[in-house]
Design a protein around this ligand. Structure first.
Ligand SMILES: O=C(O)CCC(=O)/C=C/C=C(\O)C(=O)O
Ligand SMILES: [Fe+2]
Length: 314
């Protein structure tokens, strides 16, 4: 068994509302580095921690996290639609291993996923069917959210179970860092929106286009300095990255939902996917962050980060 990790921000605005060419060139170089890292590691399995944006998980039953033994992408924001190449046998083994370690894991035999899962697979592997994957949803959007030590416990249990698989396993976290894009909120929502968030009515193509246009317009407004969202917070983002780089993961247990939201905006909770991924890597032994890229990108409404990490050479 060997392990590696990539943490990668996502944004539905990539390719639709891009920053200046020199910014894009720096980001492309960082992503090229992550691609080369992944190519060298040549994973036999990707354990992909991703969030959802009310495409697969709804308030009728909203688990804090959920592991998929099969998954299907909806194709939002122009992302690829269709089945992910889930390694069902590995998924079942990991699910059992996580449950055996005392984590009350929800399992989905047909998870619906969105760009939060698809984008990292497209960016790093060229598509959703290029590499065997075990998708693990981590709720980073729908409040109430639980304490972060449970996310670390999930990641630790997955890492320990993955270590027994006799495979090269890449832990991949998708989302964050600080950002506050327009994602619907149940509290105070008008009845039609509340019904959709609770019951999960699939949006009509017109409704989906309207939601996507709302996000695009928010990106344009934010880049133009006329938006009212919680700003990208490079200080907080670098604190998050320092915590991973220094291996101070126990500090995360003191982070509160309120503090994260105030510092990093409503979608800062997507950092939970990174916390799970780093906990998984840490569960297999000491690690080192081998690359770290960060840049605030208003056009994408994202504190955009790319990191790679490997077990520390002894
Ligand atoms: O408002 C809608 O209908 C869709 C909102 C949405 O999906 C926004 C997603 C934003 C991100 O994934 C992000 O910035 O992380
Ligand atoms: Fe997101």
């Amino acid at each position: 068994m060997s392990t590696a990790l990539v943490g990668l921000s996502h944004s539905p605005l990539i390719g639709k509302n891009d920053p200046a060419p020199e910014v894009l060139a720096r980001i492309d170089a960082a992503i090229d580095g992550a691609r080369a890292f992944v190519r060298d590691f040549d994973p036999e399995l990707v354990v992909l921690y991703g969030p959802d944006h009310y495409n697969g998980f709804f308030y009728e039953e909203m688990p804090p996290f959920c592991l998929a033994t099969e998954a299907h992408a909806v194709g939002d924001f122009g992302s690829q639609a269709g089945p992910l190449s889930v390694d069902t046998a590995a998924a079942k083994t990991l699910a059992q291993g996580v449950l055996d370690r005392g984590i009350d894991l929800t399992v989905s035999a047909r998870m619906i996923v969105d760009h939060g899962f698809v984008q990292p697979l497209e960016v790093l592997f060229g598509g959703i069917d290029a590499v065997p994957v075990v998708p693990i949803f981590v709720n980073g959007v729908a409040t109430p959210l639980g304490p972060l030590h449970r996310i670390r416990a999930l990641g630790t249990a997955v890492g320990e179970a993955a270590a027994l698989l006799d495979k090269r396993v890449l832990f991949l976290g998708s989302g964050g860092l600080s950002h506050d894009p327009p994602v619907p909120v149940l509290d105070g929502a008008p009845p039609r929106v509340a019904d959709a968030l609770i019951e999960g009515h699939p949006p009509t193509p017109e409704q989906r286009a309207k939601g996507e246009e709302r996000v695009l317009q928010a990106g344009r407004d934010y880049a133009a300095g006329v938006a009212t969202m919680i700003p990208i917070n490079p200080g907080w983002d670098n604190l998050v990255l320092d915590t991973f780089e220094n291996g101070n993961q126990a500090d995360i247990d003191d982070w509160t939902v309120e503090w994260m939201g105030a510092e990093g905006g409503g979608s800062a909770h997507e950092v939970r996917t990174w916390i799970a991924a780093y906990a998984s890597l840490a569960a297999t032994g000491p690690y080192e962050m081998t690359s770290r890229f960060y840049e605030p990108v208003p056009e994408w409404i994202a504190g955009f980060a790319v990191t790679t990490a490997t077990p520390r050479a002894i």
